[in-house]
Ligand binder design. Sequence first.
Ligand SMILES: Cc1cc2nc3c(=O)[nH]c(=O)nc-3n(C[C@H](O)[C@H](O)[C@H](O)COP(=O)(O)O)c2cc1C
Length: 197
Amino acid sequence: VEENTFLKLLQRRRSVRRYRRQAVEAEKVALILESARLAPSACNQQPWHIVTVNRPPLIRELAQCAPFGTRINKWMADAPLVFVLCAHPHPLVHQAAQWIDKDCHRLDVAIAGEHMSLMATELGLGTCWIGWFSHKKIRRLLHIPDTYNILALLVAGYPGEGIRLDEPVDHDLRRKRLAEIVSWNAFGETNPPDQPR
Ligand SMILES: Cc1cc2nc3c(=O)[nH]c(=O)nc-3n(C[C@H](O)[C@H](O)[C@H](O)COP(=O)(O)O)c2cc1C
């Protein structure tokens, strides 16, 4: 079997929570943003807006934006880059809006964000999704309009010493087995049929 380079990329990605202070080159940032632009979205609405934060003092402030005063995510303060993933709900004027959920914008952003994370991995950069933050604090800090929801942050940068992104993670230790998460043709049917009929 030929080596599957995409599978290898998926195996190499992991959440990185320790970064070098080194700035990320503009060309790499541009490629990460391009990977978001190419993502699919419901009805091709492309509802996203990505606030790219690369000023260290602003990133230090972002690291203070937990909903309440724990130390969760304070490590972000040293990262050189944070993408703030925003999107507006799908407008009801769209002809297909009666069939698609306005919450689809959340799916759209998740797809775009994971494109970005994988592109970053390909470029030798670490990333970490952040879901634990105060919308209110970030909205105020970055002047994000009320018409946009803030759905996640994606921290990125060169990984700290000792973190190797060129080697696969042993995901067998960290992920459920396929049989636990997949059914065939009906929920709970865990054995694939010999011949689909
Ligand atoms: C939507 C989402 C929100 C997350 N929020 C946080 C977060 O607030 N802080 C954090 O350190 N990691 C966060 N993570 C990272 C997960 O903890 C991590 O992806 C998971 O443990 C699997 O580890 P891996 O990414 O190294 O494979 C988040 C991941 C996702 C997808």
